[in-house]
Design a protein around this ligand. Sequence first.
Ligand SMILES: Nc1ncnc2c1ncn2[C@@H]1O[C@H](COP(=O)(O)OP(=O)(O)O)[C@@H](O)[C@H]1O
Ligand SMILES: [Mg+2]
Length: 272
Amino acid sequence: MGVTINSEPLIRCDALGVAYGAGFVLENVTLHIRRGEFVGIVGPSGSGKTSLLRAITGSLAAARGSVEVTRGTRIGYVPQVESVDWNFPITVGEVLAMTRTRRHWPRTTRSERAEMKEVLEGLGLHGLEGRHIRELSGGQQQRVFVARAMFGKPDILILDEPTSGVDVRTRHEILHLLRDLHSKGSTILLTTHDLNGLASHLPRLVCLNREVIADGPPRETLIPEVLERTYGAPLHVLEHGGMPIVLDHDYTSSEVLRDTERQMRSERESRQ
Ligand SMILES: Nc1ncnc2c1ncn2[C@@H]1O[C@H](COP(=O)(O)OP(=O)(O)O)[C@@H](O)[C@H]1O
Ligand SMILES: [Mg+2]
């Protein structure tokens, strides 16, 4: 994809332990992220995904071990969309401008406006600066928060569950957007519990449940042994078009195949 992965990690978690009060929610987590990587953290609800991101972004201290972020590394954080108050009266332009802090109200300079325009154009949001965030589609809303993170020209983009709470079409849009950013050189770290729609498309997955269960490409991580240890329940894995497909309990295999076929068709169409 024309992206070079330098050997020097941007982020280095070594034997990291994270606790709320006395209870450890993460133990002995060793995870290094290098420039140019595209890494997904997967695991069930409550497995510590958000806590790990919070430890990396510095909003949660390491109780054991260490988190090191290479000096000068800028992190662009995209929160979970569910945590956003969509009724807050704010426009797309204001969401971006607010990242330039120490101002009571977003007042932007001419060069900031030019930079904002460039970021919004790159994400297919041009002309929406004055639009209220509530009036946007789910995919556009997610893009606004990616744009907000990109506005700071980050070295690494960190997204918490970028596809949770969005419909199938929006999920595809987000996957395409992230792949595109990665192919243009962005380093990306995200969490997801969407194994088939998102995780199986990433080059590297970290299966987490209090500790790192496995770390590697989907072919090595989306396998029954690893998934059972990660999710605490047996999961079946099918292969379809060379990709692993994880069957969860609420799904029959024919539903999964139908969804996957639909997704592949829409990917083919969007490439044309
Ligand atoms: N602020 C908090 N105070 C106490 N416990 C918390 C807090 N945030 C998360 N936890 C607990 O930490 C564990 C991991 O949570 P979290 O990192 O949010 O997992 P995930 O993002 O994978 O769902 C859960 O058991 C959760 O209840
Ligand atoms: Mg979470």
